[in-house]
Write a protein that binds this ligand. Structure first.
Ligand SMILES: [Zn+2]
Length: 129
């Protein structure tokens, strides 16, 4: 029995399922974001601020979801190209445990860490310190 080893097909279904869930969530966000803007003038200042912060939260959530949707789309494209589960940077196989946690992961653990470090360096340079 090798039940603990996930096959690529299972990752594919996980991605398709997550993609569907995110699309539903985004549709909900779009609907809940709009009516708030319409009652802006009818309400007092406090509720207007509430409405604005709610919109910001919906927007932030929406951005996160949109990014995740892009990651999933890219992963599904890699799947149909026969490159799913292969690191986009070093081209080595990505650990299955890592894919279980994040089926849309484009990089292996090592590359992710190296990229995160490089990003931190860039940020330090940007602040000029
Ligand atoms: Zn890699």
């Amino acid at each position: 029995m090798s039940a603990h080893v996930q096959s690529l097909d299972e990752f594919f279904s996980m991605l398709v399922e997550e993609q569907r869930d995110i699309r539903i969530a985004l549709a909900h966000l779009e609907r809940s974001g709009k009516p708030v803007a319409l009652d802006q003038n009818a309400q007092g200042r406090v509720s207007r601020i509430d409405a604005i912060s709610q919109q910001h939260m919906a927007k932030a959530g929406g951005t996160r979801l949109t990014i995740q949707l892009e990651r999933i789309k890219a992963a599904l494209e890699r799947y149909s190209a026969g490159r799913y589960g292969i690191c986009c940077r070093c081209e080595l196989e990505i650990d299955h445990g890592r894919l279980m946690a994040d089926p849309a992961a484009p990089f292996c653990m090592e590359c992710t860490e190296e990229l995160a470090e490089a990003k931190q360096h860039d940020m330090r340079r940007d602040t000029g310190r």
